[in-house]
Design a protein around this ligand. Structure first.
Ligand code: CTP
Length: 455
């Protein structure tokens, strides 16, 4: 099949020039030391996907791999290269992760590079005790590095150092898969080894409009059926790392504009079971609740200042589980304390509100009842409520909750009332009377006070 491989010049023309300059400098530094340098992972994929020569592609995550030619002294090649680059870019922060022989350079809101994260790793060469000059061997250590990766489209490497700079290393057919628009793993065990890859695969599929290749889908189903997620849903302190990474993937998906399509695909694959085994698919009812949640978020927190929207989506999904599971699942997924507490108390709040609301005769009674709960709790309750209750909650949140007493503490002082604990009660009564339409303006409010609190 015809796979068109772009030239280095074509790739350069797609990329932001400042980023290209950075790669060129990194390559020169590597070359000086007799190393090879590769751009790998998502950056290569995104460069190949960005067809136009707009010169504007600004990638925020760059993965570089240094091939140190098997000299014992060069195990720290990645770290050394990062240090050399930092000399050239003093604005970047350097982080070194000694245990993995990796380093990172970080820019934060740089005027030219914006926010950029460059990871520099050293190719693992310890398994290849061959003569260093042999180019086959050189390729095989980078091959080893790429083979550990998740999908073929993420396992491409672009050589940045000469000779053959610009050569695309494609050991696993990633370029073909990019053109066929499919997500394919490198080997059958990929999802068993790392169950978060199921979420990654779905994320890439939805984001790029790709499909998950047939065989890969079968591996996903096999992994889920064989219980890869049992480790995560049972309380298990041995796999906190997996839970943390899984939560990061869930966050990634729930933050994206395409969260709904991604959840539907996860549901079709049975992958929502990683949250809880009873969550088999994304059924109509849960979907309805999530859509209602979106309306609430848009209405009550359009600027995302009060609530963390992705977290609310996750809370709504957990709230969909039977009450007995909620807090445990929230704890397992390491949600924030307030989320866990909310999910713990949701069932009780639901009962209280459902029972008490229909007995309220006056607006002030509704407000007094609902004031005891915070916005996210009321939203969760609304998702699980019948239409009449939901309408009351909505009206409370949009109108009644915003009504304030006509007079404030200062006004009371001016009217000659002695400051003290009584103020709270007076203001509460004023508010209630306002809500119930008994008083409409200052004059009526002052009259109301004179009546109830004669001086
Ligand atoms: N990777 C992997 N398995 C994982 C996570 C990451 O194999 N569970 C590999 C992938 O090859 C990926 C690389 O590590 O390309 C970098 O990971 P990350 O930055 O998370 O992915 P990107 O492909 O850069 O995705 P994005 O564009 O969403 O950042």
């Amino acid at each position: 099949e015809d796979v068109e491989i772009p030239t280095l010049g074509e790739l350069r023309d797609r990329l932001n020039p400042k980023l290209w300059e950075l790669l060129t400098k990194a390559s020169a530094q590597a070359k000086q030391r007799g190393w090879h340098l590769y751009l790998v992972g998502g950056a290569v994929r995104d460069l190949l996907l960005a067809k136009e020569a707009s010169g504007s592609l600004l990638i925020q995550d760059i993965d570089l791999v240094v091939d140190g030619f098997h000299k014992a002294a060069d195990v720290g090649a990645g770290v050394e290269l990062a240090k050399a680059l930092q000399q050239l870019y003093p604005a970047a922060r350097l982080e070194i992760h000694g245990a993995f022989q990796t380093a990172a350079l970080l820019w934060h809101k740089d005027p030219e590079l914006d926010s950029l994260w460059v990871d520099i790793a050293t190719a693992r060469t310890e398994f290849y005790p061959y003569p260093a000059a042999n180019p086959e061997v050189e390729a095989s250590s980078i091959r080893q590095d790429l083979y550990r990766r998740d999908f073929t489209i993420n396992a491409l490497a672009l050589r940045l150092t000469p000779p053959r700079a610009g050569k695309l290393l494609d050991f696993f057919g990633g370029l073909l898969d990019l053109q066929a628009k499919q997500i394919r793993v490198l080997h059958a065990n990929s999802f068993i080894e790392d169950p978060t890859r199921i979420y990654r695969g779905v994320r890439f599929a939805v984001r790029f409009g790709f499909k998950i290749e047939q065989q890969t889908e079968e591996y996903i189903r096999y992994a889920i059926n064989s219980g890869v997620y049992d480790r995560t849903t049972k309380e298990n302190h041995k796999t906190p790392a997996l839970q943390t990474r899984l939560k990061a993937e869930i966050k990634h998906i729930l933050e994206a504009t395409y969260w709904q399509a991604a959840l539907e695909l996860l549901g079709d694959l049975g992958a929502l079971q990683c949250i809880h085994p009873s969550l088999k698919t994304l059924d109509e009812e849960l979907l309805r609740q999530l859509r209602l949640l979106e309306r609430c978020l848009r209405k009550f927190d359009p600027e995302q200042t009060l609530l963390t929207h992705w977290q609310m989506r996750l809370e709504a999904m957990i709230a969909y589980l039977a009450p007995a599971y909620r807090a445990k699942v929230a704890k397992n997924l390491q949600l924030q304390e307030d989320s866990i507490e909310r999910l713990q108390k949701l069932a009780q709040a639901q009962i209280e509100i459902t029972n008490a609301l229909p007995t309220c005769q006056l607006t002030s009674q509704v407000v007094k009842l609902l004031r005891a709960y915070d916005l996210p709790m009321l939203i969760l309750v609304a998702l699980h409520s019948s239409r009449p209750i939901r309408k009351l909650l909505w009206h409370y949140l949009t109108v009644w909750a915003n009504i304030e007493p006509i007079l404030n503490g200062n006004d009371l002082k001016k009217l000659g009332y002695k400051p003290g604990p009584q103020y709270r009660q007076m203001l509460d009564e004023l508010l209630a009377a306002t809500l119930d339409g008994e008083i409409r303006d200052r004059t009526q409010a002052e009259k109301f006070l004179a009546q109830h609190y004669p001086q």
